[in-house]
Design a protein around this ligand. Structure first.
Ligand SMILES: [Zn+2]
Length: 449
């Protein structure tokens, strides 16, 4: 256990947050709900929030920090709460910060009374004094904000910019492509699996080859590109419904409030204002998580098929016709057909879609051959923690009140659960697209230049 904690500490100090979060998540999976790990996790979320330029992302990380601190009933949750208030400019949220700060100051006072005054700069006494100063100055800031009637911030989603790293090369190739014969264009609609294997092995070495085989093995067995993977315990599901019920039953309320905290939790989370506050802070989290699950993994429009022996990857003929529509291929089903006949009758009218498809780099989605579980793991854990925070608020509040606001929050909770399920969706095409495009561009370059 000691080494676990120290490993996390080391990764955290090096800014390797994904690795640190992975260890914590693995420890939790094995039933180790250590208080020290919770605090470290909260600190990691605080750092991630600070580094995030995307406001929505920042907000989810801050919510996750609140949840991680709350698991220990730690009043340090006042800091992420304050950051959230600053982002939202919400007066009711500032009042929540004041309430938590008040409780924090009370606890510090109690702790100070039980300590011998100590002159050591790094002693417990000095630490408590420092913390008191910090909380008091925070209270002053919050009081000033409330007095000045800070308006609610205008919170708009920020699009995640896709990198177009292949763009320059594709633009150089475009005139050659445009003046090519229809037959030449058709040739590029099928890619030899063997050649692709060789290319991947050259470029990404053994690890890449292994990843590619895994993808090919999956599609051969399932005839489908998509599946759902629980990012917390790596369980796989073939439908979104199975995944949703797993998240709800296994992970929704996996926090275990200790007995002594029950009362305090009621005090901190369950009054009317708390519910009002979370009703506002939850909708935004929903939108945030939604923006990530939509822009992340579910956006594939082009079909990718194979021939019956899987000797060829067959690209979507609409890329050649220039009529790929905006609809996402949600089913992700794979058909196996004759490679010789593929595209023979297709009129290569507008090849622009093919070149645009090549130009769009998918690197931001998957770093081939990184383990898929790692993809967006920070965001996943943060979203799950935010969800758990909502469950916690509902659970403690229900003890005292049952009203329309609870039902509203519960509605949001269900929506958030749907988005979380969306984040579990994996489309192996995202994996394959990056090396596949690189390979095709390489072939075009060798042919035309
Ligand atoms: Zn799971």
């Amino acid at each position: 256990m000691e080494s676990e904690y120290e490993n996390v500490l080391r990764f955290e100090s090096q800014g390797r947050y994904i690795e640190a979060l992975e260890i914590i998540s693995e420890a939790e999976r094995c039933g180790n709900h250590s208080e020290r790990l919770n605090i470290l996790q909260a600190e990691i979320f605080m750092s991630l929030a600070e580094e995030s330029e995307n406001l929505y992302k920042k907000l989810v990380f801050l919510m996750a920090a609140v949840e991680a601190y709350s698991r220990n009933d730690a009043c340090e949750c006042v800091y992420p709460l304050f950051e959230i208030s600053e982002l939202l400019g919400s007066a009711s949220f500032y009042r929540r910060v004041l309430k938590t700060a008040e409780l924090f100051l009370k606890r510090i006072a109690t702790a100070l009374r039980s300590q011998e005054p100590d002159v050591a700069k790094d002693g417990v006494y000095a630490h408590l004094l420092k913390e008191r100063k910090k909380v008091r100055s925070l209270v002053n800031v919050v009081n000033a904000r409330i007095a000045n009637h800070v308006p609610l911030a205008d919170f708009k989603p920020e699009a995640i910019e896709m990198k177009k790293e292949n763009g320059a090369m594709v633009e150089r190739l475009r005139p050659h492509w445009e003046s090519s014969s229809e037959n030449t264009k058709r040739e590029f609609m099928k890619v030899s699996t063997q050649e692709l294997r060789r290319f991947v092995l050259n470029k990404f070495e053994k690890e890449g080859k292994y990843a590619l085989e895994k993808v090919l093995g999956h599609v051969k067995k399932n005839a489908r590109w998509i599946f759902w993977l629980c990012r917390s315990c790596s369980q796989k599901f073939s439908t979104s419904e199975e995944c949703t019920s797993h998240l709800e039953q296994v992970h929704a309320a996996e926090f275990a409030p200790s007995s002594m905290n029950d009362l305090v939790e009621k005090e901190v989370w369950s009054d009317k204002t708390a519910v009002g506050v979370w009703k506002d802070a939850i909708d935004l989290v929903c939108s945030s998580v939604e923006s990530f699950c939509c822009q992340g993994l579910t956006g594939v429009k082009e079909k990718i098929n194979f021939d019956s022996d899987m000797a060829y990857v067959l690209l979507d003929k609409r890329l050649l016709q220039g009529n790929v529509d905006e609809r996402v291929d949600e089913g992700g089903k794979i058909s196996f057909s004759d490679a010789k006949l593929h595209c023979t009758r297709v009129h290569a009218g507008g090849g622009d879609d093919f070149m645009s498809w090549l130009a769009l780099s998918e690197d931001w989605k998957f770093k081939f051959p990184r383990p898929i579980r790692e993809f967006n793991l920070d965001m996943w854990i943060a979203s799950l923690r935010s969800y758990q925070l909502v469950c916690r608020t509902l659970q403690t509040h229900k003890v005292i009140h049952l009203d329309a606001e609870i039902l509203l929050i519960d509605k949001s909770r269900v929506k958030l659960l749907k988005h979380l399920t969306g984040m579990c969706l994996f489309d192996f095409r995202c994996y394959l697209n990056s090396p596949l495009k690189e390979y095709i561009i390489d072939c075009l370059r060798r042919r035309f230049t």
